[in-house]
Write a protein that binds this ligand. Structure first.
Ligand code: URA
Length: 177
């Protein structure tokens, strides 16, 4: 129903540039939902979230947690690719966030993992940097939200992987793994 309400969405200018809406994918009964920033070139081409290089790393992280990619849910703040992967604009977030909120309330996971500054700041309505936010849970309505570094950041800064793994271990404990 959320997807059909989104339809061939034209609420912002990104709709003129996209190849595909990247709605999100995974289990609608997931205990864990990952929320990234916005589709990149690979995701826009394929219509699926996190399928490029950062996505392959995210899949490895999910599997290291003892989960399967199909067992969690993966989506983004924005459903359409910003040109040249520029940062989302406030008016784009304003138009797109209601769809994400409906996704989160429908799935109602135990834990939301916000990937990267953009996702964490949008969901938590804060201006604090991800380095300050990560490493602890925040309340998001009746769900727990863990901010952590984005896998694209990990590709550039592999030394941060151990911090992300600490965050994933806290998530695993929270969802009973
Ligand atoms: N980066 C994101 O934030 N989301 C994707 O879907 C892919 C890369």
């Amino acid at each position: 129903e959320i997807k059909s309400d989104m339809g061939d969405c034209r609420l912002c200018e990104l709709s003129n540039l996209r190849s595909n809406i990247v709605f999100g994918e995974g289990s609608r009964n997931a205990d864990l939902v990952f929320v990234g920033e916005a589709p990149g070139a690979d995701e826009d081409k394929q219509g699926q979230p996190f399928v490029g290089r950062a996505g392959q790393l995210l899949t490895k992280i999910i599997e290291a947690m003892g989960l399967k990619r199909q067992g969690v849910y993966i989506c983004n703040i924005l459903k359409c690719r910003p040109p040249g992967n520029r940062n989302p604009k406030p008016e784009e977030i304003e138009k797109c966030e209601p769809f994400l909120i409906r996704q989160l309330f429908t799935i109602n996971p135990k834990v939301i993992c916000a990937l990267g500054t953009f996702s964490a700041k949008t969901l938590l309505k804060t201006e604090l940097p991800i380095s300050t936010l990560r490493g602890r849970f925040y309340r998001y309505h009746n769900m727990q939200l863990m901010p952590t570094y984005h896998p694209a950041y990990l590709l550039r800064n592999p030394e941060a992987k151990k911090l992300v793994w600490q965050d994933m271990q806290m998530i695993m404990k929270e969802i009973g793994l």
